[in-house]
Design a protein around this ligand. Sequence first.
Ligand SMILES: *Cc1c(COP(=O)(O)O)cnc(C)c1O
Length: 477
Amino acid sequence: MKQEKIFERLLQVLARYTQERESGNFVDYLEPELLRQRLHLEQQGQQGDWDALFDWVEQYLAYAVKTNHPGYVNRMWAGANPPSIIGEMVAAITNTSACTYETAPVSTLMEKYMLQTMLDLVGFNNGSGQMTTGSSNANMIAMMAARNTLSGDIKNKGLFGRPELFGFVNADAHYSMDRAANILGLGAEHLIKIPVDEHGRMRVEVLEQEIERVVADGGIPFWVAATAGTTVRGAYDQIEPLITLRDRYRFWLHVDGAWGGAVIFSETLRQQFLPLLEQADSFTLDFHKMLGTALMCNVLLFNRRPYVLREVCSAGDESYIFREGDDGEVRDLGTMSLQCGRRVDSLKWFLDWKFYGQAGLAARVEKYLELCHYAEEQIAQSDDLELVVPRESFNLCFRFRPPQGGELAAFTTALRNRLHRSGQTLVGTGLVNGELVMRLLITNVNVDKPEIDAFFRAVISTGRAMLAEGSGLESTH
Ligand SMILES: *Cc1c(COP(=O)(O)O)cnc(C)c1O
């Protein structure tokens, strides 16, 4: 088959899928064993058989989760923005690596342009940045920058024979912080979890006590990460008191805005949730979460440190690949990266940015917050539902009202699973103060008030049906 014909055929398949993906069930769910039988993955292929290839594509789509579906309220991301999908397709067709200017000229300039645009938006002066594979990686690179700027020796000599380093995070911080501490040779016990107040924010007075304790024991407090929107509760750590502490103890202050950092597009929401962000040392934000860019798409920004990435990341003999710019400027972005091959992520973000603009993205985030407020009211008005903790921002931690005498967590899990298996809706769960809650996240442009109503109707009718049957109440031993 000619190449053009292949793409014509693919586009027909995709157009049909796109029409169907917002209706019906969000998934045709099968348990792994059954799905494995249906897929016949071991079936021999006919060499060069395009019809067989398209059958595989159809199979994939038949059992794929429709993340655009309004019932998909499970994760911090949902179906992607069409401009970014176009960017992804073009990136796939041109198949290059964004590590050198030679192989990726336009993408290199787009990435630099986007980084500067984001630095300006955040208010970081004389800064630098990088598009990474996501906030997990960005948190690690920021921690590595903090570690290596502590002393120029660490990059070459490691942590041997030095005072012990300690980092501090919100007890509800993302697990990528623990992984970073592990990878970077600190050890997970050197990442100290600070208990939270009733809003889910780090208790600053406890943080200070812990820092004092570390210093008294001869350790070095080198890193504090504020979370802007904790993963389960949506709490925003306060930056102002952390800046005061930083002035005293000289640690690196990072802000993990993977989820809630999206408020920076809206002047009012930024004032409300992230005042003084411009004084942090580094900041990460996922475009692929609330902002809807196709997965994965992230930016990591550094304040007042134009060369930090290169100093921190660049290592080994790279002479076979990277070239210096004429004016000493970084020409090849790969020299500042921990990867060699780099996917072209700049194009999709650039296209979203041009298509929606700051105003469009601000309006989206503001709308999500309004919808969260609406959803909160629906929970308050329902006899069947309850909020487990007050809403801090975009996350709603709620549950079906505990049935008398039943195992609460087991019931919540069973209810959530029934909603999932029936293909009606997928909602996440998580622990808040040790209690299992359903976590509603609205980050899907196909969700509006009627879809929120339908979501709660599904939760309530399924929960009531389970109570009537007496199911989901068995204890989980
Ligand atoms: C999602 C999330 C992360 C991880 O981001 P990835 O891009 O998925 O690696 C980190 N921190 C917080 C607060 C998050 O919500």
